[in-house]
Design a protein around this ligand. Structure first.
Ligand code: PRP
Length: 175
């Protein structure tokens, strides 16, 4: 598939500008203390790197989790399993779950329940992309970069069969 066949829906500049805005909101909402960015592999790895650098305080703790979904997992009855857990205790800390995209909401509603049980001081979600049309489970998401229509997107961490994650912009795959 030729590069030119893909339609850019968010340029690198648009993404970076929005990340600066989100970072400013986060700085205002959490005036002091460390913030734990809990990034969900793999898709969020580029977003968390840029978001972390847009936040100015030194006490930005960057942590990773990995999850896998089974069978018809991306449905309301989908099963989500943690394949790599945090190796820090988040009790009493301000925690932000960092995601690249929220689609059905299955992954994030599961993760939110899981991490809430560990008694963080606060727990919110920041996602770069949101496809509200696809939602099967309701999730409160505090920070959203962009709402996008229900189209298959790649780039900036998002893949198609593990390709395209390295693109700096976000594109819709066109046949
Ligand atoms: C994507 C994304 C979220 C999840 C969102 O991950 O990073 O974790 O899907 O979908 P949901 O709202 O329907 O649960 P994916 O399974 O593509 O894995 P990856 O990040 O490793 O590419």
């Amino acid at each position: 598939m030729a590069e030119s066949a893909h339609r850019v829906i968010l340029t690198s500049e648009q993404i970076q500008e929005r990340i600066q805005e989100i970072a400013a909101q986060i700085e205002a909402d959490y005036p002091e203390g460390p913030i734990y960015l809990v990034s969900i592999l793999k898709g969020a790895f580029i977003f968390v790197a840029d978001l972390a650098r847009a936040l100015r305080r030194p006490s930005i703790r960057i942590e990773f989790m990995a999850i896998s979904s089974y069978g018809t997992a991306k449905t309301s009855s989908g099963q989500v399993k943690v394949t790599r857990d945090l190796d820090v205790n988040i009790e009493g800390h301000n925690v932000l779950i960092v995601e690249d995209i929220i689609d059905s909401g299955v992954t994030l509603s599961y993760l939110k329940r899981l991490l809430e049980a560990r008694k963080p001081k606060s727990l919110e979600i920041v996602t770069l992309l949101d496809k509200p049309e696809r939602r099967l489970q309701r999730v409160d998401v505090k920070y959203v970069g962009f709402q996008i229509p229900d189209e298959f997107v790649v780039g900036y961490g998002l893949d198609f069969a593990e390709d395209y994650r390295n693109l700096s912009d976000i594109r819709v795959l066109t046949p």
